[in-house]
Design a protein around this ligand. Structure first.
Ligand SMILES: *[C@@H]1O[C@H](CO)[C@@H](O)[C@H](O)[C@H]1NC(C)=O
Length: 219
């Protein structure tokens, strides 16, 4: 219950305080941000209500509350299970979508639109961290924007064999695509791990609330 309150409070605070900056920054980023904050608000509210039902139901020995707690928890567990199954079934499909999205986004590196700038900035940070350049074909992906953005592609040492000379700069040879895929997969594995851990806790909650529910009935 306290976790739910905390998540809810932080999400609402972030959502409200962001309003001041709306005038300065606009576009997709802000909308995405709001969607994320709203989702967090719903998650926080659900956790809070469930926590309240479980906690009060146990203290007051209320069968009704315990049953609602049980049903709510069961729904979440089933939802998690369904997401997991869909993920496994459509795995190759998701990989294909990720691949074609990345191939599509190569175009963005040569553009100057706002949407393109967002992607470029993200890639610049990725290049710096993972020592790669471009998405699919290397530095050439940057097209005319290369001269403005070469810094994150640049090799620290000139005599490195993993680097090539391109348009006046010594840059990383390796394109980022395989590294981006590895990065995404690694994070999906972490999320799956967390989901499994949560599922175990949820099952314990189901068992405990059911045991309590039955014991209250036997009194
Ligand atoms: C990724 O997509 C590109 C272009 O759509 C295709 O040529 C390539 O074979 C795909 N790679 C994989 C691993 O699916």
């Amino acid at each position: 219950m306290l976790c739910g309150v905390l998540i809810l409070a932080i999400a609402i605070w972030v959502r409200v305080s962001k309003d001041d900056q709306e005038i300065i920054s606009s576009g997709d980023e802000v909308t995405n941000f709001y969607v994320a904050a709203d989702m967090l608000i719903s998650v926080g509210a659900i956790i809070m209500i469930l926590g309240f039902l479980g906690c009060c139901g146990a203290i007051k020995e209320s069968r009704c509350m315990l049953l609602l707690f049980f049903i709510g928890l069961l729904l979440i567990l089933l939802l998690q299970l369904a997401t997991g199954i869909l993920g496994v079934v459509f795995r190759s499909e998701s990989e294909r979508v990720l691949n074609s999205t990345l191939y599509e986004n190569v175009k963005l590196l040569r553009e100057t639109s706002e949407e393109a700038k967002v992607f470029q900035q993200a890639l610049i940070e990725f290049q710096e961290k993972f020592k790669c350049c471009g998405v699919v074909n290397g530095a050439i992906d940057w097209g005319n924007n290369f001269q403005q953005n070469y810094k994150s592609c640049e090799c620290p040492t000139v005599s490195d064999s993993s680097c090539i000379y391109y348009e006046g700069h010594f840059v990383y040879k390796q394109p980022c695509i395989s590294l981006i895929k590895d990065f995404v997969i690694k994070h999906i594995i972490i999320i799956v791990g967390i989901a499994f851990g949560l599922a175990v806790i949820e099952m314990l909650g189901l068992v405990f609330s059911m045991v309590l529910y039955c014991q209250i009935g036997n009194k």
